[in-house]
Design a protein around this ligand. Sequence first.
Ligand SMILES: [Mn+2]
Length: 273
Amino acid sequence: MKHAAPSAALAARYRTVFISDVHLGTRGCRSDFLIDFLHRVSCDRLFLVGDIIDGWRLRKSWYWDEACDEVLRLILRHARTGTEVTYIPGNHDEMFRAWLPMGLEIAGIRLRPEAVHVTADNRRLLVIHGDEFDSVVRYAKFLAVLGDWAYSTALRFNTWFNAVRRRLGYPYWSLSAWLKRQVKEAVKAIDRFETALAGEARRRGFDGVVCGHIHQAEMRDVNGVLYINDGDWVESCTALVEHADGRLELLDWAAINRFSFAAPRGAAVPQAA
Ligand SMILES: [Mn+2]
């Protein structure tokens, strides 16, 4: 079986690409959109900013298909063809964290607990997954796992719910996006997270921070420090890219390409013949 082919248009080349929170191994992962992205984009440096493979879920129920293999194959191909690939494990792929003290390198991919990136216009950025600053994850892993379960259940319910809506002629409505908005309103956790990450970058003398973890793409100034979250490949398919001149940009790959989240995985991107 062939996988999603480059869907259209020209390939783009960037100085640096940052992606995180792919959650390979879960049903919510839009591996089809990511395959398209990895096909069409090339870069000098690729930062995998955590939660690429979802080890929490894999331990319980294996959801691994050819598309997941294809994502890994494409990342390895980038590494083989000259891209400097750095993998910063997150809390969902923390099984890799045990190998960090060894300074491990697998197939040209460097494993690091965190990294420093200097942009072409000389800004020093701290690259970190960010869960260290999520007090829920850090101090109560049980609650985090429960939240994780609730979230994946909501995503599954959402698929079913929207199938019914579609049959009744209603447009797609994201339950999980709604839930996330409620959560955001309730606990203001995202704001606290962003402030904490920016504060850490400032304390350590960086111009900015690039992180992931909370599945909320963002690029903004927080008290003089650049806070950037590269988002995720579950609900919003976003990546942070650095252009040759150092300009940083968040790409919403699904929006740019008009990919539909309502479509089942694999059907959204045109298939190779
Ligand atoms: Mn995470």
